[in-house]
Design a protein around this ligand. Structure first.
Ligand code: ADP
Ligand code: MG
Length: 262
């Protein structure tokens, strides 16, 4: 059984078919990239999977459980977590406090916010920060962190609930190349160490080619190709729809991505 099985997923906004009849599966331990031009329906697809939006039609099964109709919080509790494109960490709190809050929120104890955080979930929070390489900066205020470090904290927040599937919508947007490679390397090492699966959207083709086990290509809401990097890169329809005629996927320069395939 696949970890995630999506079938005939559809969502329209007025007359716009943002996602139309999309079907795919994702296996445990897999890193799957969702690519496509602007407006292709990538973010809508994400929002359908994590409950921010409800589909007009189709089914989403996660670990055999039907998610359609569940709200975002329920889906999060089922084991699907997401990072956000825009920094979501509380800027005025420390790195450690942010992660403590994420852990407490999973325990349904956020209602007692008037109590000081103190030592609650401190060890678990430090453990998560260790995993994302941010333990040394635990007592720093989030608002003062470098952008790449904010992204690491966001990753720790997304991992707080012990998800089996992590959704990342353009995780490296706005990052310098060095930060980008570091974040994607971290993502891949977490997939290995935690047994996670990842579905990510990305504009940066180096990141897609270097880190994805498999690609899904959306265009105008429809899935036009799926497969490994090489087969998708050669796909004539992908070349046509994704880049317009005349342009092709260039093979990434050796070492350009920093990571290399597994
Ligand atoms: P992508 O993330 O691939 O750039 P989106 O999923 O954001 O694409 O958008 C897909 C299509 O759906 C676009 O035509 C977009 O304008 C439209 N769309 C997305 N969200 C909404 C919304 N909340 N209301 C109306 N139209 C939307
Ligand atoms: Mg988007």
């Amino acid at each position: 059984m696949s970890l995630l099985a999506v079938a005939h997923l559809s969502k329209s906004f007025g007359g716009v078919r943002a996602v139309h009849d999309v079907s795919f599966e994702l296996e445990a331990g897999e890193i799957l990239a969702l690519i496509g031009p602007n407006g292709a329906g990538k973010s809508t697809c994400f929002n359908l999977l994590c409950g921010q939006l409800h589909p007009d039609a189709g089914s989403v099964f996660f670990e055999g459980r039907d998610l359609v109709g569940l709200d975002a919080r329920r889906i999060w509790r089922c084991g699907i977590s997401r990072t956000f494109q825009v920094g979501a960490a509380f800027g005025s709190l420390t790195v450690l406090e942010n992660v403590q809050l994420a852990l407490l929120s999973g325990e349904r104890k956020l209602f007692h916010m008037n109590r000081p955080l103190a030592g609650r979930q401190r060890e678990a929070a430090l453990g998560l920060l260790e995993q994302v390489g941010m333990a040394a900066q635990a007592s720093r205020t989030c608002g003062l962190l470098a952008y790449g470090d904010v992204k690491r904290v966001e990753l720790a927040l997304a991992l707080a609930q012990g998800p089996r599937l992590l959704l990342m919508d353009e995780p490296t947007a706005g990052m310098a190349p060095g930060e980008r490679i570091a974040l994607m390397d971290l993502m891949r090492s977490l997939v290995g160490s935690l047994g996670l699966s990842v579905l990510f959207t990305e504009h940066n083709m180096d990141a897609v080619f270097a880190y994805a086990d498999r690609l899904l290509v959306l265009a105008r809401g429809e899935l036009i190709a799926a497969g490994d990097v090489d087969s998708v890169r050669r796909d004539a329809r992908v070349q046509e729809v994704y880049f317009g005629s005349g342009r092709t996927f260039a093979a990434p320069a050796p070492g350009a991505s920093g990571g290399g395939r597994r």
